[in-house]
Design a binder for this molecule. Structure first.
Ligand SMILES: CC(=O)N[C@H]1[C@@H](OP(=O)(O)OP(=O)(O)OC[C@H]2O[C@@H](n3ccc(=O)[nH]c3=O)[C@H](O)[C@@H]2O)O[C@H](CO)[C@@H](O)[C@@H]1O
Ligand SMILES: C=C(OP(=O)(O)O)C(=O)O
Length: 419
């Protein structure tokens, strides 16, 4: 099994190009099911989750081909299968996002339940409740969601009692082809929701209000193919900025979208970084200083993103002072803490908070990646630990970071993939 070997690294320096956002690309790829003709997507990152999505769509009958660079062409005109099997869904929870589009376009869908994962139980009740309100018959049987509707889904006024990115996306896609108007209340406001809405509108949908907590969708009878460029990955951007910060470095992220990162950039400024932004770039300069600890609490956008929590815990481990990090979205998202402790971090877990007392120096160790962002936090810690850190189970990392070790090497990090 492949691992990453990281040795104490100098202050990171230079420029890094940010890839398209995994969490925007995944729903956008699934949205192609709704179209009658070919969709061409640009800036689609080369990731394991994207390969899984292509396999899932190909299983339904979508013809997929990679174009030049980061282009992906999806032709949904010959879809003839409505089942997403457990084999694929279990490796990628976002597979549940085929449910709304299949049901809206073909009146039926069988999608394996994603089940829990390392970071939490992650139920899909809001996805199912919303589709029921739109007239779908939904049965859960033998681990599968079996959904059908006579004729078209009907527009509905849906109140979600938890802010859910995935449920907002699934229901927005279903409503795009429903009969009549839908309003999604307490909708998620993440930039990836706005990106999906923009893409759907490019396909001929009538979605307004994305980016607010009330999204209105006027259903249309058909959607056509489109050309759409996926948003830059704000979590990848934030990860490189934190990596630069812990090493006291100076890094510029190119092809980025700084306006999607406001709260993360504020926290980095609090940590002592000098941050500069332009239209599509963001730079961080620590001027060689050690970061200062920060306190933060994760919450839905525009709050601090849970997908950046582990990286900031890693920064607090080596920062000056004590920082309290509170996780409010997922009930089990501190799996990186015991691994960071193995590297000498002084962290105590108190309920859903991690209290980190920064130490001057971590020590390299063999550590286990338990999920995607936990993997990133262990790499960040490894950059400033004394000696060698070996990160095992990096298949989690490959789900969501494109060529991370190459990009870090380009910035001067001592990191390599070993088998
Ligand atoms: C592919 C993708 O975009 N993944 C992101 C998406 O995941 P995902 O869409 O799965 O996360 P949600 O926003 O749905 O989850 C937020 C909270 O709502 C709960 N919940 C969700 C659905 C539901 O039906 N019932 C329910 O109770 C979840 O258990 C969790 O506690 O948003 C998360 C929160 O920003 C991010 O960490 C993930 O990176
Ligand atoms: C939790 C994440 O992804 P997913 O929802 O695909 O598991 C993530 O991107 O950090």
């Amino acid at each position: 099994m492949e691992k990453l070997s990281i040795h104490t690294s100098p202050a990171l320096q230079g420029e890094v190009s940010i890839s398209g956002a995994k969490n925007a690309a995944l729903p956008i790829l699934m949205a192609s099911i709704l179209a009658d003709s070919t969709c061409v997507f640009d800036n689609v990152p080369h990731l394991r989750d994207i390969k899984t999505s292509i396999a899932l769509l190909a299983g339904l009958g979508v013809k997929a081909s990679r174009g030049k660079d980061d282009e992906l062409l999806l032709d949904p005109s010959a879809i003839d299968n409505y089942t997403a099997s457990y084999e694929l869904v279990k490796t990628m929870r976002a597979s549940i996002l085929v449910l709304g589009p299949l049901l809206a376009k073909y009146g039926q869908a069988n999608v394996s339940l994603p089940g829990g994962c390392a970071i939490g139980a992650r139920p899909v009740n809001l996805h199912l409740e919303g589709l029921k309100q739109m007239g779908a018959d939904i049965q859960v049987d033998a681990g599968y969601v079996r959904a059908s509707v006579e004729g078209r889904l009907k527009g509905a006024h849906i109140f979600m009692d938890v802010v859910s990115v995935g449920a907002t996306e699934n229901l927005m896609m279903a409503a795009a082809l429903a009969d009549g108007e839908s309003i999604l209340e307490n909708a998620a406001r993440e930039p990836e929701i706005v990106d999906l809405a923009n893409c759907l509108n490019r396909m001929g949908a009538k979605v307004t209000g994305a980016g607010t907590d009330s999204i209105k969708i006027e259903g249309v009878a058909r959607l056509h193919g489109c050309h759409y460029r996926v948003l830059p990955d704000r979590i990848e951007t934030g990860t490189f900025l934190v990596a630069a910060a812990v090493t006291g470095g100076q890094v510029t992220c190119l092809n980025a979208a700084p306006e999607t990162l406001e709260v993360v950039l504020n926290k980095l400024t609090q940590a002592g970084a000098e941050i500069k932004t332009g239209k599509d770039w963001v730079s961080l300069d620590m001027h060689g200083k050690r970061p200062k600890s920060v306190n933060l609490k994760t919450s839905p956008h525009p709050g601090f993103p849970t997908d950046m929590q582990a990286q900031f815990v890693a920064m607090n481990c080596v920062a000056e002072g004590t920082g309290v990090v509170t996780e409010n979205i997922f009930e089990n998202r501190f799996m990186h803490v015991p691994e960071l402790q193995r590297m000498g971090a002084k962290i105590s877990l108190e309920g859903n908070s991690a209290v980190c007392n920064g130490v001057e120096q971590l020590t390299g160790a063999q550590v286990m990646a338990t999920d995607l962002r936990a993997s990133a936090s262990l790499i960040i810690a490894g950059l400033v630990a004394q000696g060698e850190t070996i990160v095992d189970r990096i298949y989690h990392l490959d789900r969501g970071y494109e060529h991370i070790e190459k990009k870090l090497t380009q910035l001067g990090a001592n990191i390599s993939r070993i088998s």
